[in-house]
Design a protein around this ligand. Sequence first.
Ligand code: SAM
Length: 259
Amino acid sequence: MNIYQLPFFSKRKKFGFEVDSSLPVCDGPVYTDVLSTIHQIIKPDWYLEIGSRSGTSLTKCESNFIAIDPEFAISAPVFNTAKRMIFCQQASDDFFETDFLAENNISPCLAFIDGMHLFEFALRDFINCEKSMKRNSAICFHDVLPFNVPMTTRDLDYVKTDNRPWTGDVWKTMAILLKYRPDLKIKIIDSKKTGLAYVSNLDSENTILEENYSEITDEYLNMSFSNSGYSEYYDLFKVENTETFLLDLKQQAATTSSQ
Ligand SMILES: C[S@@+](CC[C@H](N)C(=O)[O-])C[C@H]1O[C@@H](n2cnc3c(N)ncnc32)[C@H](O)[C@@H]1O
């Protein structure tokens, strides 16, 4: 039996929101706590965050950072003891256009993509981040495991109503990476509430996504999460237990540092 057919996944409401009974519910640690642990394990020299809003996810960072958001509303205590904390109040595409990272010789060890929740934006964010990152760095994505169909909409007005969780169609970005970049190591974990992806084995020289960007976005644009869409998506990977993932990551980091 597929794990998603277990009674555990048949609850109708979760976190105060409608849950589609055929979709997995992410019951692992909340994503900001997971990010915090990832920071402690990786200890990045530079962290790059796309989409910071109030700064909640940024508070997990204890290193130099670059935060990008066209509309900051910082209310969280984001300042840490590192030397450089850079806020770029612009869309991520505009940030990457400036070549800020190369000009300042910055190669982030960890990036978190949580900006515009439309797959083509998240895909461009990945392409642009990867170009400046080393193989042993990692890029995390938020919102890769929607728990109902309405939250996957591309309608930007959806999120303005009742502050509902909105994953958009970032799930397509995962499907694209799984299909077009089999060289990447992609872990998709059951972090609350809408999952996290941890992508490693990066290759800054790989141009497959950029070269085929138009064809890829045409292929996925009209794909819908409802009907057959999501069963095919969940067949592409195994949702991993967050605690197990973090333990493995810790062990890998310990092994690498002892070599
Ligand atoms: C879900 S919020 C980020 C939440 C934050 N990461 C956290 O966990 O506390 C998404 C943010 O992405 C920003 N955003 C929207 N379009 C963007 C773009 N093109 N580039 C970068 N950020 C964008 C929005 O302004 C918003 O603040």
